[in-house]
Design a protein around this ligand. Structure first.
Ligand code: URP
Ligand code: ZN
Ligand code: ZN
Length: 494
């Protein structure tokens, strides 16, 4: 037997599962080999392992990829305006598993007046007993009190909550620049990753007020209010604040060319700035918000989908590595009923409509079909964008996000030729629509294994709620600062 990489010899005769005959992809390349799994971990990568496994999965002609890590999704989250997302940890992880994912990192969202500890406890209670695949938490910090930033945050980072999101917009979430500096300084001292929602709040507010005064209430005016300039200005400012503190940061859901240019320019100056984008910025445009009546609300998220030129810029940024993470920003608010998009009324003005689009289950097939299938992305890049990079940026690597001896056996087997026309009725979330209804893709995950157990068999999600485990994250290596801060230089006189 030709061994490509061999695990401990004792495991050779007692493999629980062997995946045979597939093309195994990691960021390092694509290799034809079998995957031997023991006790939920990858025990061996080698050829001709078939006879060793108690269960053998024939993946001939298929791709064997690390399960997706969706590192930006809103599950069982109460929005700042009091709306609960349609997906809880059961339906969210069910949908994610059917879409080839094995790990989610949703948010534990602090509301003003709450302690961070209370926030974390609340979200654990929401996830306990429900998740089908593994999960970690990012914190959302909306009340940057001294106690939260100086006392609670360091303790929580130590306990494995090593990333948090801050907002530059939304009335009840936004931090001012001084508060942002405080959060960044604590992240730097304690080795955490900060994710930034970069949009200029006052620009959006000013435009919104005037659009409404002119009688423009339809969903399409959401795009005008959330102009690209509000995004690029805030991206620039977030990067400047990070440079002052000397901290790598990650700009989430980047939608437009100028914001991408801000990130690229910062990198060219030697700063460590990471960027994330999402399917809505590749596959939707502002025209979708201009559908008749209220239907455009289905496509409203912030930042909003832009135009074809911006889509091209986002593709290029994925191809060239300026944007390194591709997540869904699944923020599920139903179209019908009174607890979703229409909570403020069936034809509510755009600024009263909940922001967010669903996408847990369609994220990977959309990128695979248009990215790998159309030759824009290599399989290695696809794996990096959808699993490995997030795992590194959020302190889960090498346990998650790769296929290697010792890693959790979190694997998605893909049929690269399977053609599917996306219909909401095929999906497993708790929503009542998908923004990608009717779009045909080629390539679909036909089996998902979480720690060696089949949770999605291509027809049904068979993973049992509660089997998904909470993951404590390490301090992410990429979050380490490299130089000195403006303050340190001033104090030392350098
Ligand atoms: O519109 C969006 N993206 N809603 C979800 C909340 C957020 O800012 O990520
Ligand atoms: Zn955001
Ligand atoms: Zn989000």
């Amino acid at each position: 037997m030709e061994t490509i990489q061999q695990g401990h010899q004792d495991t050779m005769s007692e493999l629980d599962v062997v995946i045979t005959g597939g093309a195994v992809a990691t960021i390092g390349g694509v290799i034809d080999c079998d995957v031997g799994i023991h006790n939920g971990s990858i025990a061996i990568l080698a050829r001709n392992l078939g006879a060793k496994g108690r269960q053998v999965i024939d993946a001939s002609g298929k791709l064997v990829l690390p399960g997706g890590i969706d590192s930006h999704c809103h599950i069982a989250q109460l929005s700042s305006s009091g709306l609960e997302t349609a997906d809880d940890f059961e339906s969210g992880t069910r949908s994610a598993a059917a879409g080839g994912n094995t790990c989610l990192i949703p948010f534990a969202a602090q509301h003003r007046g709450q302690t961070l500890r209370h926030t974390i406890d609340q979200y654990h209670a929401r996830a306990d007993g429900k998740a089908i695949i593994d999960y970690a938490f990012h914190l959302i910090i909306s009340d940057a009190t001294d106690e939260a930033i100086r006392e609670e945050l360091p303790a929580l980072i130590e306990e494995g909550y090593t990333s948090f999101k801050i907002y530059m917009t939304y009335d009840l979430l936004k931090l001012n620049d001084r508060e942002i500096l405080n959060v960044l300084a604590t992240a730097r001292s304690h080795g955490a990753m900060v994710m930034v929602h970069a949009e200029n709040h006052d620009v959006i507010g000013w435009l919104t007020e005037r659009l409404l005064a002119a009688g423009h209430e339809a969903p399409k005016y959401h795009s005008a209010a959330h102009t690209e300039i509000a995004e690029s200005e805030a991206t620039h400012r977030a990067i400047a604040l990070a440079e002052i503190v000397d901290l790598p940061i990650l700009i989430v859901h980047v939608s437009a060319k100028e914001a991408i240019n801000e990130i690229a320019r910062a990198r060219a100056r030697g700063l460590k700035i990471f960027g994330e984008t999402c399917p809505q910025y590749l596959f939707l445009t502002a025209k979708d918000l201009d559908r008749p009546g209220f239907e455009g609300a289905k496509f409203m998220c912030s930042p909003p989908p832009r135009d074809a030129e911006n889509q091209r810029s986002v593709w290029r940024a994925l191809e060239t590595g300026v944007l390194e993470v591709f997540s869904s920003d699944h923020a599920p608010y139903r179209y019908a009923g009174t607890d979703g998009k229409a909570a403020a009324g069936p034809n509510a003005a755009f600024h009263k409509v909940a922001n967010g689009v669903p996408g847990l289950e369609t994220r990977l097939p959309l990128l695979f079909s248009e990215g790998v299938g159309k030759g824009r992305l290599s399989l290695e890049s696809f794996v990096n964008l959808t699993a490995t990079r997030a795992s590194k940026l959020y302190g889960l690597y090498p346990r998650k996000g790769t296929i290697a001896v010792g890693a959790d056996a979190d694997i998605a087997i893909w049929d690269p030729d399977k053609t599917v026309t996306i219909r909401h009725e095929l999906l497993h979330d708790n929503m009542d629509y998908t923004p990608y209804e009717g779009r045909t893709v080629t390539g679909w995950p036909i089996l998902t294994l979480s720690r060696g157990e089949i949770v999605w068999d291509g027809e049904q999600v068979i993973g049992v709620p509660g089997r998904g485990a909470f993951l404590r994250c390490d301090r992410p290596g990429p979050a380490a600062s490299r130089n000195s801060s403006v303050l340190e230089r001033a104090i030392s006189g350098a």
